[in-house]
Design a protein around this ligand. Sequence first.
Ligand code: MYR
Length: 131
Amino acid sequence: TFNGTWKVDRNENYEKFMEEMGVNMVKRKLASHDNLKITLQQTGDKFHLKESSTFRTVEFEFTLGVTFDYSLADGTELTGSWVMEGDMLKGTFTRKDNGKVLITTRKIIGDELVQSYAYEGVEAKRIFKRG
Ligand code: MYR
């Protein structure tokens, strides 16, 4: 289950990923230490998500398979949806500014939540521990 509160523990290739996304160096430095914390609560097909970091706190809901809008901390707007593939959540999001696609997954590996990101051939991970 994804339910609970997850605090980012470490990143893999996240700065490169952000660079590909067009985030400038100063923001990349800040964003790689953003203390991201997410709280997920699943009820059937619905997820309630609370996201907090040094940048902001936002709370929203999404339903599996249903398209919704989401803005990154820097204002970049995405639209897309999450689906369940086996035990894994897979999100396919399109940037509104350039039409390019960002694929993200969330899976539980051991006692960690591993979120992967892929954009324009660059992949990254953020690994969360229960907190
Ligand atoms: C959510 O479930 O958290 C909301 C939808 C997530 C969309 C994908 C988020 C990708 C964030 C990547 C950060 C890139 C920084 C440039």
